[in-house]
Design a protein. Structure first.
Length: 261
């Protein structure tokens, strides 16, 4: 177990990609703080116990990632629970679709806050401890939309492009220490967030969810298949490996060929 004795925070990790990442880290012996909006115990205890079944310590912390103070409190709680934070995975994300001229101001602000600014505040909070120990692994879950654009997603595309830029800055600022910062860029992944988009498209177009699923994947990904959350988790494990100190400031696309068009 390459991560035995290390500790991680995974944001947005009570379901989907985030929970899959937390699970893979736990399998490798890593203590994990999982995070979501719900109060502790409100449907989160099952996830926490499932991770502790791998023989690691797992704690849950409820935080509004649009609030910098709550992000700082989350990091302090992880340091108190584990002694240190060795790995940070910025996974939390939200979505809304509309043409740019019709995009609501509050939706823009919320998406930028959650999908970009939250990662900045979390990185800022964990870096002092990592720098003191000369070790850290920061992994940002970006998107194919951090590399290319799609209509109706001005806030999400802007946030994910910004995340890749932030990844590079953090990487080069900490390159002399054993602290790496990288990003994973998923394409379409079978998650609750994507399922909602499919449902919305089916309702808008008067079609079935199956028809919209095939159109959604087919128009973007050459392999015409959803990625699994586990495929994203394996990419995170690559970047989290303590032996992998030379890969930094880059991204790994897990998108079925989407960004190769």
């Amino acid at each position: 177990m390459k991560l035995k004795g290390l500790s991680a925070i995974v944001t947005g990790s009570t379901s989907g990609i985030g929970l899959s990442i937390a699970t893979e880290l736990a399998k490798e012996g890593c203590n994990v703080m999982i995070n979501g909006h719900r109060a502790a115990g409100e449907g989160t205890e099952q996830q926490r116990k499932s991770l502790e079944a791998y023989g690691v310590k797992c704690v849950y912390f409820s935080a509004d990632l649009g609030n910098p103070e709550e992000i700082r409190a989350m990091v302090k709680a992880a340091e108190s629970a584990f002694g240190q934070v060795d790995i940070l995975v910025n996974n939390a994300g939200i979505q809304f679709t509309a043409r740019t001229e019709e995009f609501p101001d509050d939706k823009w602000n919320a998406i930028i806050a959650t999908d970009l600014s939250a990662s900045f505040y979390a990185i800022k909070a964990v870096l002092p401890g990592m720098q003191q120990r000369d070790f850290g692994r920061i992994i940002n879950i970006a998107s194919a939309h951090g590399l290319v654009a799609s209509v109706h997603k001005v806030a999400y595309v802007s946030a994910k492009h910004g995340m890749l830029g932030m990844t590079k800055v953090v990487a080069i600022e900490n390159a002399e220490q054993n602290i790496t910062c990288n990003a994973v860029c998923p394409g379409w992944v079978d998650t609750p967030l994507v399922r909602k988009q499919i449902q919305d498209r089916a309702k808008e177009n008067g079609t079935t969810e199956q028809e919209e699923e095939m159109k959604l994947v087919g128009e973007k990904q050459p392999n015409k298949r959803f990625s699994s959350p586990e495929a994203i988790s394996k990419a995170v494990l690559y970047f989290a490996d303590p032996d992998n100190r030379y890969t930094t400031g880059t991204h790994l696309s897990v998108d079925g060929g989407w960004t190769s068009w």
